[in-house]
Design a protein around this ligand. Structure first.
Ligand SMILES: [Fe+2]
Ligand SMILES: [Fe+2]
Length: 242
């Protein structure tokens, strides 16, 4: 298992071959990125796509809004119920991604000399799964369908794809994977903070405290992962941290 990048052959620096770099720069002048025969520059083309595109889908209407209020289904207050549903969908998708990220890191750790405490990783993975279940229950309590992919769920899923690729790349090192997970945990903490505000505004009081607990746990995840990354990066030798 590769633990730290070492000096070796890297063909990407332009200083490796000044003559070829000079030719490339001269070639760029002759054949600039905006080819002469392109009718439209990149800005105009992107602007056109943006102006003519639709949104990333719509937020599904919960049954409470359709008048199909069943026993136990709560009414949603606040000014932006669609934002709340959208953000709950996003949290649901991201917590599920969190389980997969930790699963990938656990696999990587079990395939190598132990440099991280796998039992802690398993605990964090289970926390993400519990948070997924908590958000699912909240959506159901409002008459929503947790299987729906909301627009924000779509966007955050796309954003997390890069993190997943780092974790699942067999060549990536444990510190590189821990760095990717730190990005997810930082996003997690701020997303829970926002969600607590939204749930509070919506009058879903029973979920405010439970979401606060989730946020506290996410803060612990983030701090632990951050400490691990520091420890792994600042030490020359792979060593057990927990
Ligand atoms: Fe999470
Ligand atoms: Fe987390």
């Amino acid at each position: 298992m590769k633990e730290a990048a070492e000096f070796g052959l890297n063909k990407t620096p332009t200083q490796l071959n000044p003559a070829m770099t000079q030719s490339m720069l001269e070639g760029c002048k002759e054949f600039p990125p905006h080819a002469e025969d392109t009718a439209m520059d990149a800005f105009t083309m992107r602007k056109l796509y943006i102006e003519n595109s639709e949104q990333l889908g719509a937020v599904p209407l919960p049954s409470t809004f359709k008048g199909a209020v069943s026993t136990g289904v709560q009414a949603i207050k606040g000014n932006s119920p669609s934002v709340l549903i959208d953000k709950l969908g996003e949290r649901l998708a991201f917590e599920r991604s969190g389980v997969r990220l930790y699963d990938a890191l656990i696999t990587k750790c079990k395939s190598a000399e132990p440099v991280l405490d796998v039992s802690v990783l398993e605990q964090f993975r289970d926390n993400e799964a519990e948070h997924f279940a908590l958000v699912r229950d909240c959506i159901v309590s409002m008459g929503g369908d947790p299987t729906a992919q909301t627009p924000c769920a779509d966007a955050s899923g796309v954003a997390a794809m890069g993190l997943m690729q780092v974790l699942n790349d067999p060549r990536s090192t444990i510190p590189q994977c821990v760095g990717a997970i730190l990005m997810a945990e930082l996003a997690d903490v701020s997303a829970w903070e926002l969600l607590i505000e939204l749930v509070n505004e919506a009058g879903l009081s029973e979920y405010v405290a439970r979401f606060e607990e989730a946020k506290d746990l996410e803060e612990r995840h983030m701090q632990t992962i951050k400490d691990w990354l520091q420890s792994l990066t600042l030490s020359n030798e792979a060593r057990a941290v927990g």
